[in-house]
Write a protein of this length. Structure first.
Length: 469
């Protein structure tokens, strides 16, 4: 069978010659220009062997500056594209392949079904929520959030501000400032960048300002890999910065939930004056699915913000007392009172906002607890198990904090054991063990380094771990 034809477009002026795409290409399609440089003085990437390209997208996934786009088509049907020419022409096609802008809806159109990546759904949903500002820094595998925002140009339609900050530290502090003014602001990043944001998140928690932070996780520690991981679970759910604080953590398992959780995250953040987080792994950020986008909402006016957020620093109007937003309090008794107020808010969130999905837990002998992409894979493993006569149920935590401990405890009441599949070395399993108070066996199954297991691997881990015939 003839192989698929791939083609790569490279923005040579944005390319900084990092060589990551060249190394990532499995067939040696790309190379750096040996003598030519772009206007920034960098040797840039190009298609040295275009006839070898199969459109695998490895180069685009690793590009830290979103310079690369990949197209794939059957060898008998060359794609018809629009404006952007490919770096190298295909000798068998006789002309440069060109890009055609997809016929998708704009941010001002009504709700309908469209096909997009999880990261893109985050961006468009934020515009439609009526967001006031985005401040972020590109990092794989979440760079499409910023790219889609730039493509939509909401500053021309809704007045939303979009800023590529000079670093993740700068981005989180811009969010801190915007949130202090009562604005609906957010940022997105991936694991190394999320680490850099922890100080700012602690400041926002202590200042009781609402904000949305998105982390599309990749493998670590360190710079690690650009491929999926769930190893930021502890950092997200236990308060990754200093002090006693929590953020509400939402874990989407579909592109639809990526879109839905944007509005939910902001609603919860403003309701409780806290930071809300969307914690997705790279699989969910990069996958494409159908999604129903929400209708466009207008941004709030300054008067509406003053009414809804009387604590915000919006400029002193009339004779009201001045508002001060700060995380600093040098009086020990007052700082203790602040912390007790924070803890009371967290208990209220635990009572009212815990969310999870229960699947076939009424008659299960064995229980799987998983979130994100692992929940999707575990769902198939559960179906395979039931086809073999093994009664397996699943709990999918939707809020990782507050954690659905009571729901897991009830679902496991008649279970013989629990399997916790994760894309890490074992983190959520600790909360699962606490939930069931170690009254039944709880086993972990995980893949590391960016590897994603198959449903058969999860089923095998279940049957082997608990000696199920």
């Amino acid at each position: 069978m003839a192989k698929n034809i791939g083609a790569v477009t490279i923005d040579s002026e944005r390319c900084k010659g990092c060589n990551l795409c060249v190394v990532a290409c499995p067939l040696g399609v790309l190379a750096l220009k040996g003598r030519e440089v772009n206007n920034r003085g960098y040797h840039f990437a190009y298609m040295e062997s275009p006839d070898k390209c199969i459109g695998c997208q490895s180069c685009a996934l690793v590009c830290p500056d979103a310079c690369i786009e990949v197209y794939k088509c059957p060898p008998t049907a060359p794609p018809k594209r629009g404006a952007l020419a490919v770096e190298a022409e295909r000798p068998d096609q006789g002309q440069a392949l060109q890009r055609e802008e997809p016929a998708t809806e704009t941010s001002a159109q009504p709700s309908n079904v469209t096909l997009m990546k999880g990261n893109e759904a985050l961006a468009v949903a934020a515009i439609r929520y009526g967001a006031d500002g985005y401040f972020g820094y590109p990092i794989t595998p979440q760079s499409e959030v910023l790219e889609r925002l730039e493509q939509e140009m909401p500053w021309e339609t809704t007045g939303m501000v979009v800023v590529q900050a000079e670093s993740e530290v700068a981005a989180i502090n811009m969010v801190y400032a915007g949130a202090s003014c009562g604005k609906a602001v957010f940022t997105s990043t991936s694991s190394p960048g999320f680490s850099l944001m922890q100080e700012g998140m602690s400041y926002m928690a202590a200042s009781e300002v609402p904000a949305l932070v998105i982390n599309v996780m990749r493998g670590g520690p360190g710079l690690g890999t650009i491929h999926p991981s769930q190893a930021d679970y502890f950092q997200a759910t236990k308060g990754g910065g200093h002090g006693d604080y929590h953020a509400i953590v939402l874990a989407p398992s579909s592109v639809q939930e990526m879109a839905d959780f944007v509005g939910l995250g902001w609603d919860l953040a403003f309701k409780y004056r806290c930071v809300s987080m969307i914690l997705a792994d790279g699989v969910i950020g990069q996958m494409m699915e159908k999604v129903v986008l929400p209708p466009q909402r207008p941004r709030r006016t300054d008067d509406e913000i003053r009414r809804q957020c009387p604590w915000a620093v919006t400029g002193r109007k009339g004779m009201r007392p001045k508002n001060v937003v700060t995380s600093l309090e040098l009086d020990d008794d007052k700082m203790e009172a602040n912390n007790l107020r924070f803890q009371a808010t967290y208990r209220l969130i635990e009572q009212n906002e815990t969310r999870c999905e229960l699947v076939d837990t009424d008659d299960c002998d064995w229980l799987i607890v998983a979130f994100g992409s692992m929940a999707r894979i575990s769902m198939k493993a559960m179906e395979l198990a039931r086809a073999r006569g093994i009664k397996v149920g699943m709990v999918r935590p939707i809020t990782l904090w507050p954690f659905p401990a009571e729901q897991i405890r009830k679902a496991a009441a008649n279970a013989k054991g629990i399997l916790v599949p994760e894309l890490d070395a074992g983190q959520m399993i600790e909360d699962v063990k606490l939930a069931v108070e170690c009254r039944l066996p709880v086993e972990h199954f995980g893949r590391l380094g960016g590897n994603v297991p198959t449903p058969d691997e999860i089923l095998d881990a279940l049957t082997r771990g608990f000696n199920i015939a």
